[in-house]
Ligand binder design. Structure first.
Ligand code: SF4
Length: 317
C-alpha cells in the first residue's frame, strides 16, 4: 500500500506565522492494486499500437474496450471506432477489428472474419483459460455450470465457446436463488463441472457451491476468478478494516468495480465514484473521515485515481 499523510495546518487569522493551531491530520491510503490490471493494460497498449502502425486503416473495437468513458473518448479521438453491432463495419477488407478483454463468441468472430476484417484478439489470457476449461468440461461429459451474470459479455463468450459443436447447454447461475430455481437440472446431471466468471466475488462461489454440492453426484470445481481480482478484493478488504471511509473509483458498469464496492460496503462506509466530480456530493463524509482508503477497478486509469486523491486532500482542509 502507498501511504499519504496529509496534514494541513490552519492558522488563525490573528496569530503569527510561528504558531500553528487546530491541526488536522487526515490519512489517505491508496491500494497497490488500484487501477489497470495486466489484461486491461495489454488490451489498451495493443490497441494504441495497432492504430499507430496502421494510421490509414479503419480500426474497430467490438464492444467497449474497457468500462471507462475517458479512455473510450481518447480512443475515439484517435479514430478508433467502437461498435456494438458487426453490421456497422464498413469496408471490412481494409479494416482491423479488435476483440476486447472479455472475449467474443465464436459466432461473432466468424461474422467479423466474413466481413474481411483482420482480427486483433485482446481477450485476456485469464478469460481464454476459462473458455478452454469450460469447453473441455463439456467435451468430457460434464454438465457445465458457469457462476456469473448471464448477460455479461465474458459469460456470454464462455458459454458460447463451451457449447460450440455440441448439443449441450451450459447453466449460468448468478445467485443462490437461481441455483435453487434450477435444482432439478442440477439433480439430473450425471456429473457437474463449475467455472466462474473471472471478476466474480469469492463470496458468490461460497454461497452457490454448497447448493450444487448437496445434489451433485460428481462435482469438479475450477475457481477461475482471476488472481488480479481476488488479490485486489483481499487487499481492499484488509484496508477497509483500518479506515473510516473507502472510496472505490471506477465505472458502475464494470463488474469488478461494483463487486469491490459491494464487498467493502459490508465492512465500512464505502462510496463508488467514476471521477472526482462525483465526490462533491460526499463532501461531509470526506470531512468527517480521519482515515480514507482508495481503491479502484481494473479499468480505471491512474490519472483519474490521482485526481480523486487530490480532491479528497482539498476537501479535507
Ligand atoms: S480483471 Fe482479470 S480477467 Fe479481467 S482483464 Fe484483468 S486480469 Fe484479465
Amino acid at each position: 500500500m502507498q501511504y499519504f499523510i496529509y496534514e494541513p495546518f490552519r492558522l488563525k487569522s490573528n496569530e503569527t506565522e510561528a504558531i500553528f493551531l487546530d491541526a488536522i491530520k487526515k490519512t489517505i491510503k491508496k491500494a497497490n492494486l488500484a487501477g489497470f490490471c495486466y489484461g486491461v493494460k495489454r488490451a489498451v497498449d495493443l490497441t494504441l499500437d495497432i492504430k499507430d502502425k496502421n494510421p490509414e486503416t479503419k480500426v474497430y473495437i467490438f464492444g467497449e474496450l474497457i468500462h471507462n468513458n475517458q479512455v473510450i473518448n481518447q480512443l475515439t479521438n484517435l479514430g478508433i471506432i467502437t461498435i456494438t453491432n458487426i453490421d456497422e463495419i464498413q469496408d471490412g477488407q481494409n479494416s482491423i477489428c479488435i476483440i476486447r478483454t472479455h472475449g467474443a463468441t465464436p459466432q461473432d468472430i466468424k461474422r467479423i472474419k466474413e466481413k474481411g476484417c483482420e482480427i486483433l484478439d485482446t481477450t485476456c489470457l485469464d478469460v481464454k483459460k476459462v473458455q478452454e476449461k469450460a469447453k473441455s468440461l463439456i467435451q468430457e461429459g460434464y454438465k457445465l455450470i458457469i457462476i456469473g451474470k448471464s448477460d455479461h459479455p465474458e459469460v456470454v463468450g464462455i458459454k458460447a465457446h463451451a457449447e460450440e459443436n455440441t448439443k449441450e447447454e451450459a447453466l449460468v447461475l448468478a445467485t443462490e436463488q437461481e441455483a435453487l430455481e434450477n435444482i432439478d437440472k442440477i439433480k439430473s446431471a450425471k456429473k457437474i463441472g463449475i467455472v466462474i466468471q473471472t471478476t466474480q466475488k469469492t463470496e458468490n462461489l461460497q454461497k452457490i457451491l454448497p447448493i450444487v454440492a448437496e445434489h451433485a453426484k460428481e462435482l469438479r470445481v475450477f475457481n477461475t476468478i482471476c488472481k488480479t481480482t481476488s488479490n485486489r478484493q483481499t487487499e481492499a478488504k484488509n484496508m477497509a478494516q483500518e479506515v473510516d471511509l473507502m472510496v472505490v473509483v471506477g465505472s458502475k458498469s464494470s463488474a469488478n468495480t461494483s463487486h469491490l464496492s459491494e464487498i467493502l460496503c459490508e465492512i465500512t462506509n464505502t462510496i463508488l465514484v467514476e471521477n472526482e466530480q462525483e465526490l462533491e456530493q460526499y463532501s461531509d463524509m470526506i470531512k468527517n473521515a480521519d482515515k480514507i482508503g482508495i481503491t479502484a477497478g481494473a479499468s480505471t486509469p491512474e490519472d483519474i485515481i490521482n485526481k480523486v486523491i487530490n480532491f479528497i486532500q482539498l476537501k479535507g482542509e
